[in-house]
Design a protein around this ligand. Structure first.
Ligand code: NAD
Length: 300
């Protein structure tokens, strides 16, 4: 195995089952010390147990690896990071993977459905990353992954809460990537698709069986390795396909003193994606707008 993790310590949240379990097993196999975090609850985020994390730790240890269980909910990220520090003395890698679903049409969505989704996905990723960040800054090394979803990118019926939270995580990682750059802390977003207890309620069983979580594992493993260089990017895996996802902006049209009527008249040009440009950073976009303002000034 060329990509080794000897001497590195990783936290994998929600690693008691599904995708997270495969990440924990694979990292441990490659020499990483792993904090196997899992609340051990049901898929709706309303119960807890210690058995899920314990089983994964036993499996890692039986294979000769090093791991420790943590049963805290991700919203208590400081406790999860403390487990890493107390047991292994450092923290290098955070894979924010824990997740729940509270699928329901918007009209029937309760405040609890909204709050629980944000608590686990967004507050959870924040809390674990926030607690690990000072260690990563001090040691000038960190690898952070957040887990988004195609629901966050495209939206999905019955998942207004989940789609909003998963979309929030992309902005979270993109901004962290910029703050982490000078400390060699890389932050990226994963968009996985795999059969698991989360997807078995929305996919037919044959698809759940075919979309093995192990198809996603190699991407995450590479994303948190020393040799990985990208940051502030979105990578996708599922069914053995691996790719990336980027924002492109249409060339659009500059219209001085435009009215709504002008926009209506020019809508097909404004929204034409032929010749669309990739804008990598907010600085590039600001520079683009400043140069348009300068053009206005010089033509007036
Ligand atoms: P899963 O239910 O098998 O795994 C999620 C794990 O998170 C569970 O073991 C659960 O106990 C744990 N968990 C839940 N709440 C927690 C909390 N508060 N603290 C700690 N652990 C908690 O589901 P999965 O499909 O493996 O999902 C993993 C991640 O991938 C989730 O964030 C999910 O939203 C995301 N995702 C999955 C898919 C997919 O196709 N499976 C698609 C897009 C995104």
């Amino acid at each position: 195995m060329a990509l080794r993790f000897d001497g590195k310590v990783a936290i994998v949240t929600g690693a008691g089952g599904g995708l997270g379990k495969t990440y924990a097993l694979e990292l441990a196999k490659r020499g990483c010390k792993v904090v196997v975090n899992d609340l051990g609850g049901d898929r709706h985020g309303t119960s807890s147990s210690t058995s899920m994390a314990d089983k994964v730790v036993q499996e890692i240890k039986a294979a000769g690896g090093q791991a420790v269980a943590n049963y805290d909910s991700v919203e208590y990220g400081d406790k999860i990071v403390k487990t890493a520090i107390d047991n292994f003395g450092r923290i290098d890698i955070v894979i924010n993977n824990a997740g729940i679903l509270r699928d329901v049409s918007f009209v029937k969505m309760t405040e609890l459905d909204w709050d629980l989704i944000f608590k686990v996905h967004v507050k959870g990723a924040y809390a674990v990353t926030k607690a690990a960040w000072p260690y990563m800054r001090d040691q000038k090394y960190g690898r952070i992954v957040v887990t988004s979803s195609n629901a966050g990118v495209h939206g999905n019926f019955g998942q207004v809460n989940y789609a909003a939270a998963k979309s929030a995580l992309i902005g979270f990682a993109n901004a962290l990537a910029q703050e982490g750059a000078k400390y060699n802390i890389l932050a990226n977003t994963l968009v996985p698709t795999a059969g698991s207890r989360l997807t078995e309620t929305v996919m037919p069983q044959n698809l759940v069986d075919a979309l093995k979580p192990d198809y996603v594992t190699p991407l995450v493993t590479y994303m948190v390795h020393d040799s990985f260089e990208d940051s502030g990017k979105v990578f996708e895996a599922g069914a053995g396909w691996y790719g990336t996802l980027q924002y492109y902006k249409s060339k659009g049209k500059v219209i001085s003193n435009a009215t709504a009527d002008d926009l209506a008249k020019n809508w097909s040009t404004i929204t034409d994606m032929n010749g669309a440009e990739f804008i990598g950073t907010i600085t590039e976009q600001s520079a683009r707008l400043v140069s348009i303002l300068e053009e206005h000034e010089s033509s007036s």
